[in-house]
Write a protein that binds this ligand. Structure first.
Ligand code: CDP
Ligand code: MG
Length: 712
């Protein structure tokens, strides 16, 4: 196997094809790689992995874990016999950008030896050996390949993030590793054995494991090497979970970071962030700025505000560029954060908490931390999940400030008083304790794990929340009376890479002859925000939105936007290039206050899920002008999210009893129909519902009797 050193050797390549530029670049990359803290322990790490089937690696952010370790293992021969090294990431942007970087470091084309696979975007091939992916995607892969037989090594990266998928994946990998070591040694009697760690050996899982094992491997699978990587220092919880697994610490380097606090609490942290940003820009020495914001909407609105304020500065002070990074950013725009700003310019990176540990961006000297993060929150007694903006934990605040001291001394501006820091939680609660579990339960069931309460979770979710999620799956028709996956609905739902409620909506829509409309709806609901309304152009934006607004509600409004934009492209398809028509579409979006990034994402998602449902044999047809039919379908699909108007104009959500209000961005904000269904609950000072359609309340008992006759 060619080693990296040979491939990028210190001798200038003879070929004329390689330009001086690219030669210099490769030299620079090689230098950077050599200077990473992890570089000095390459051999030791490979030896450790050879010796230990499970390992935990802890190392400071930026030490080179994610980009280097897979390459070390590749060169140490862990991909012999065509096996893969899989690396999971909690976030798609991390998986994509890191894969691009590593392909670049290896001097190969993305999708060849190094690739990535995330939901709705797969860049791998038969040649791929180092595969970056999201933790959720590996869980899905296990549905088709329960032994994960293509992999020799799986690295669960960013385990400290404790996403619900990481937690469930760890439990699953424990089972797979056990099953594989057992089968590898003695597969003939595997059917009758108990798993070696004493886990209840689920008969059905055993049968499934063995079935696939015999087909694909015909006898022997090498043991699965498992590596858990984390940025935080607390490896104990993982080590204990894996029976005292070996933990290795990688020494990082960190320069001092000055932490500055505000004197008083800020009422508007976005404004405070803007002021701080310009203060740094005008008064501090060179160095890029990293600002932590809570989501796409906030990032895009700050982007616009920065542009406006720059225009008010004298020409020489305008040398500031903004680059956004958030999880749903189109992949070709993601790499922009890594590119250095032009000479004399300062770069401001507007990031979600993705830049905390998942993605390391060079050149940062200043960090602005408003102290907030958007998090999932779930109340099992009400069965409603929502996204809320909450204060970060101390651990997150420390990670954020650490980003300023990677390459030299830096400064971190925390936009809250010092006394507030002491009040923060030490660390963030694992997501599994604060989210709706229907999705993972559906997947575990599909993997043959029937006893969810008995599953060996790293940290058990509450019984109440498991039961509530089981109940929801039952109401959606995914489970039978004895809690097994129903056939075909449950199995179909598990196959779709969507929230169970959306998967069910697609299945229902095929029966209502409006799958075409529902595909658009689900795609549009899967992106953050289609419309945007900048504060200073609120009226203009509202007027623009009226062109698409449907009196029936937001779902039909979204369909109107989607169809109008599709027609726009269709009309120009014959005359001009795709590139040109995309450019025109972006202009059209801008004029109509539509977020072109989100719209593009929705189009991608649409074509992907359309592929899935067609493969499943569902009939994609349209209800034409019969919008009553479509609204009935929405009621039949989202009956768990129905709400009735109360005398004072607020709404009562029927399933949870919560009092909610229509979000001002809804087309039904003023109309306030009597009965509605909604898709999203947002909590700020009030509980707001978004994405709403007017329905007839009698439809609920007619179309969802399993729920509504029970209630009434
Ligand atoms: O995983 P860990 O936080 O330990 O570090 P990493 O992601 O492997 O990053 C190692 C180095 O690669 C850092 O210096 C990053 O700045 C650099 N890198 C980069 O320049 N471009 C990327 N797309 C990813 C990483
Ligand atoms: Mg990393």
């Amino acid at each position: 196997m060619p080693s990296m050193a040979q491939g990028q050797g210190g001798v200038k390549p003879k070929s004329n094809v390689d330009s001086n530029d690219s030669y210099a670049r490769r030299q620079k990359i090689m230098q950077q790689r050599k200077s990473l803290p992890i570089a000095s322990v390459e051999k030791r790490l490979a030896d450790e992995v050879r010796k230990n089937d499970i390992m935990i690696i802890v190392g400071e952010t930026g030490s080179g874990k994610t980009t280097q370790l897979p390459q070390f293992l590749f060169h140490a021969g862990f991909c012999r016999d065509g096996k893969l090294i899989g690396i999971t990431q909690p976030r798609r942007v991390a998986a994509i950008t890191v894969a691009k970087r590593v392909a670049d470091e290896c001097g190969v084309q993305l999708g060849q030896r190094v690739g990535y696979s995330v939901r709705f975007d797969d860049r791998t091939s038969a040649a791929t050996r180092i595969k970056y992916m999201t933790d959720g995607l590996l869980l899905r892969e296990a549905l088709l390949d329960p032994y994960l037989s293509r992999y020799s090594v799986i690295i669960v990266d960013e385990a400290h993030e404790r996403t619900v998928h990481t937690d469930v994946l760890l439990g699953l990998l424990k089972r797979v590793q056990n099953a594989r070591s057992k089968s590898g040694h003695d597969h003939s009697s595997a059917d009758n054995k108990k798993t070696s760690n004493g886990l209840p050996s689920d008969k059905e899982t055993g049968a499934r494991f063995n079935g696939i094992f015999k087909q694909s491997q015909g006898g022997k699978l090498p043991p699965l090497k498992l590596i858990i990587m984390s940025a935080s220092l607390d490896a104990r919880v993982f080590s204990e979970y894996f029976g005292g697994a070996r933990a290795v610490h990688i020494q990082g380097r960190q320069f001092p970071v000055d932490i500055l606090y505000t004197l008083y609490p800020e009422t508007d942290y976005l404004d405070a962030a803007l002021i701080t940003m310009f203060q740094i820009h005008l008064e501090e020495g060179p160095g890029d700025i990293l600002v932590f914001l809570t989501g796409q909407e906030e990032i895009e609105s700050v982007e616009r505000l920065v542009q406006e304020r720059l225009q008010q500065l004298p020409e020489p002070s305008r040398k500031l560029i903004t680059v956004p990074i958030f999880s749903s950013l189109p992949s070709e725009q993601q790499m922009r954060v890594f590119a250095p700003a032009a000479v004399g310019f300062r770069k401001v990176i507007l990031a979600t908490n993705i830049a905390e540990t998942s993605v390391t961006i060079p050149g940062i000297k200043y960090v602005i931390d408003p102290g907030f993060v958007k998090a999932r929150s779930y109340d099992p007694s009400k069965g409603m999940e929502s996204l809320i903006v909450v204060p970060t934990s101390k651990a997150q605040a420390l990670q954020r400030s650490g980003r300023a001291g990677r390459e030299g001394p830096g400064k971190c501006f925390r936009l809250y008083p010092e006394s507030e820091f002491g009040k923060l939680e030490d660390s963030t609660k694992p997501e599994i304790k604060r989210c709706n579990l229907s999705n993972v339960i559906l997947q575990l069931k599909a993997l043959g794990v029937d006893d969810i309460i008995g599953f060996d979770f790293l940290e058990k979710p509450s019984r109440a929340s498991i039961i509530k999620s089981l109940e929801q799956l039952f109401l959606l028709g995914a489970l039978t009376d004895d809690c097994k996956l129903s056939d075909p609905v449950g199995h179909q739902m598990a196959r779709l890479p969507l929230d169970p409620i959306y998967s069910k909506a697609l299945i229902v829509a095929s029966q209502f002859n409006c799958l075409e409309e529902m595909l658009i709806t689900v795609a549009m609901l899967s992106v953050e925000s289609i419309f945007y309304a900048p504060r200073e152009k609120l009226e203009e934006a509202r007027t623009a939105m009226k062109c698409f607004a449907s009196p029936e509600g937001d779902h039909l409004t979204l369909i109107n936007v989607y169809r109008t934009s599709a027609e726009f492209l269709e009309k120009r398809k014959m005359e001009i290039s795709t590139e040109k028509s995309e450019k025109l579409l972006r202009k059209w979006c801008k004029e109509n206050f539509i977020n072109s990034r989100s719209l593009r994402q929705a189009r991608d998602i649409h074509s992907q899920i359309r592929g899935h449902v067609e493969q499943m044999g569902l009939c994609v047809s349209s209800c034409g002008d019969d919008m009553l039919q479509f609204r009935r379908c929405l009621a039949a699909s989202f009956f768990l999210n129905a709400a009735l108007r109360q005398p004072e104009g607020t709404y009562r959500a029927l399933a949870s009893g919560q009092v909610v209000q229509i979000h001002p961005s809804s087309v039904l904000f003023r109309a306030k129909p009597e009965c509605i269904i909604f898709n999203e609950l947002v909590q700020t000072n009030n509980k707001y519902i978004r994405n709403i359609t007017r329905i007839d309340y009698l439809w609920l008992t007619e179309l969802a009797p399993q729920f509504y006759t029970m209630q009434n």
